[in-house]
Design a protein around this ligand. Structure first.
Ligand code: SAM
Length: 284
């Protein structure tokens, strides 16, 4: 573990440059060195919590929690509960003391441990200020979290997972919303104006981006404007001169919601439901 002087405002990349000459000149993603202690500034703490839209119902987990400032601010300023996981025992003790001084010790917990082994599946918000290699190692577990979980990465985001939103205020903050796993084959039943319809429906998924469509006798209906946001899915099927706008929620092996057909006064609303045929959510 490398402990750097606790200079608020020092960017992690700059700090790395000062301790490992040449690191910043190479691609930091391949640096393969441990993430040192460089605290987020108070501006960065606020912007991360703001980007995630933290509120009193949230459970905020900071992976590599340093002196506990993100978790403490989440409890003190946003009324959330929180957990910090930190490998350095000295920093964990300091965090517990800082929480006591801030009067939030009943709403926050700090644990010494390796983020790669720690349990944090109950989080509704995860914050990260870690080097890219560690961020990438965490990605498979983060992607398996409950759909809708918000992840905010300070400076270093994921290599291939496009952020749902990025904010630049002194530093870079990337917000990712864990998407429901919808890739695979589904049987879709929909209540449409012409009567009940059934489709073999197939989706390919890359993080929050989806594409696919419905097989119909002698043809294929592409799913237009298909999106997954947390546990919510939307797409449009066009058949025989009518567009059907599907909107619904994904719950593991099922999705269901409403479908709006036509427009204006002629618009009709029905229900739809899909059941997974092939592929389990983890593989989607
Ligand atoms: C850049 S600091 C960020 C501290 C704090 N999250 C903040 O934003 O102020 C990264 C922290 O991660 C901790 N860390 C590095 N690797 C870790 C690991 N594998 N498990 C747990 N903590 C780790 C370091 O000790 C350091 O305190």
């Amino acid at each position: 573990m490398t402990v750097l002087p606790r200079r608020a405002g020092a960017a992690l990349a700059l700090a790395l440059l000062s301790i490992v000459p040449g690191v910043a000149a190479q691609a930091p993603r391949d640096a393969g060195i441990p993430t040192p202690y460089v605290p987020s500034t108070s501006i960065a703490v606020d912007e991360m919590l703001r980007a995630a839209g933290v509120g009193p119902r949230d459970f905020v987990v900071d992976l590599g929690s340093g002196d506990g400032r993100i978790v403490i601010a989440a409890a003190r300023d946003y009324g959330a509960r929180g957990l910090g996981i930190e490998i350095d025992g000295g920093l964990v003790r300091e965090s517990i003391e800082n929480a006591r001084k801030a009067g939030v010790e009943e709403r926050v917990t700090f644990r010494q441990g390796d983020v790669l082994e720690a349990e944090f599946s109950e989080a509704t918000v995860v914050t990260l200020y870690l080097l890219p290699q560690l961020v990438e190692q965490l990605k498979p577990r983060l992607l398996r979290m409950r759909p809708g979980t918000r992840i905010v990465a300070h400076d270093f985001g994921f290599a291939d997972w496009r952020p749902d939103r990025s904010v630049v205020i002194s530093k870079h903050y990337h917000l990712y919303v864990v998407p429901a796993r919808v890739g695979g084959k589904w049987r879709l039943e929909a209540d449409l104006p012409g009567g009940a319809r059934g489709y073999d429906f197939e989706l390919e998924q890359t993080f929050q981006q989806v594409r696919g469509g419905a097989r119909v006798p002698g043809g294929y209906l592409p799913a237009f404007e298909a999106r997954v946001a947390g546990d919510r899915i939307t797409f449009v099927l066009v058949e025989e001169d009518a567009s059907h706008h599907f909107e619904g929620h994904v719950r593991g092996y099922e999705m269901e919601g409403t479908v709006r057909s036509g427009a204006g006064l002629k618009r009709a609303t029905g229900r739809w439901r899909a059941t997974r045929v092939l592929g389990v959510p983890d593989e989607g």
